[in-house]
Design a protein around this ligand. Structure first.
Ligand SMILES: C[S@@+](CC[C@H](N)C(=O)[O-])C[C@H]1O[C@@H](n2cnc3c(N)ncnc32)[C@H](O)[C@@H]1O
Length: 220
């Protein structure tokens, strides 16, 4: 899934239909880890998910927070229509913005939490840096960013086992896409450096095939 232009209606539907079966294992687990970091988050916080896809991570996290404002950003219009359907079904209100992740029409420092999961392996190294800068721009003082993706140091054994599980649960086509995405695994270091330059403290949590880059912008 190397660039944004390939995300047509058919691919968006196929991705969402597959991921819906996996979200309780994948996105719910990530959301639970994120919510632990956000222990003292104020009610009605603004959560922006960059490259939300069908919105499963924001929806799962939204269930764990108090009256959040959820903003889903994706470059594929069909994906945002699907995300709106998913959110309606889940009873979680969302706003959507059709936009590339490196130039989002939201003001500086307007997000308490920014999420970005499995976009970075789909784009080239220079666009990754632009997206990381955009995430930093959106973060309010004291705000948190979480970037999850396939890790260059990730466990191949874990990827193989998860791949077999997805093949069993979702099918051969998704399994092929999963393997291709894992093959594009990346180093979170340069992304952490961008967020650190922008005044965030950062840490990288490694688990199975993936990393979770955690960044917190200093309080004003
Ligand atoms: C592999 S999916 C991940 C979706 C979701 N984050 C998840 O974890 O299920 C990648 C998503 O990134 C979107 N995308 C691709 N390039 C993008 C870009 N440059 N800016 C914003 N979204 C992009 C695609 O439309 C797709 O919804």
């Amino acid at each position: 899934m190397p660039n944004e232009s390939i995300w047509d209606e058919a691919l968006c539907r196929r991705y969402a239909d597959s991921m819906r079966k996996l979200a309780r294992y994948d996105h719910r687990g990530v959301a639970t880890r994120i919510a632990r970091h956000l222990g003292g988050l104020r009610p009605r916080a603004t959560v922006v998910e960059v490259a939300s896809g069908p919105g499963f991570l924001a929806i799962e996290l939204g269930r764990l927070l108090t009256e959040p404002t959820l903003v889903l950003v994706d470059s594929a219009k069909p994906m945002l229509s699907i995300a709106e359907e998913e959110a309606r079904r889940a009873g979680v209100p969302v706003r959507t913005i059709e936009s590339s992740g490196d130039r989002i029409a939201l003001p500086d420092a307007s997000a308490d939490v920014v999420l970005c999961k499995n976009l970075m392996n789909c784009i080239d190294a220079s666009q990754r840096i632009d997206v990381a800068r955009e995430i930093a721009r959106l973060l309010a003082p004291g705000g948190w960013a979480f970037v999850a993706d396939f890790d260059v140091a990730g466990s191949r054994l874990a990827a193989t086992l998860i791949g077999l599980f997805t093949r069993f649960l979702v099918g051969a086509e998704f399994h092929r896409d999963f393997r291709a995405a894992f093959a594009r695994r990346l180093d979170p270091g340069p992304l952490a450096a961008v967020l650190a330059e922008a005044g965030c403290s950062t840490s990288i949590e490694r688990s199975g095939p993936s990393f979770l880059l955690v960044a917190r912008r200093a309080q004003a």
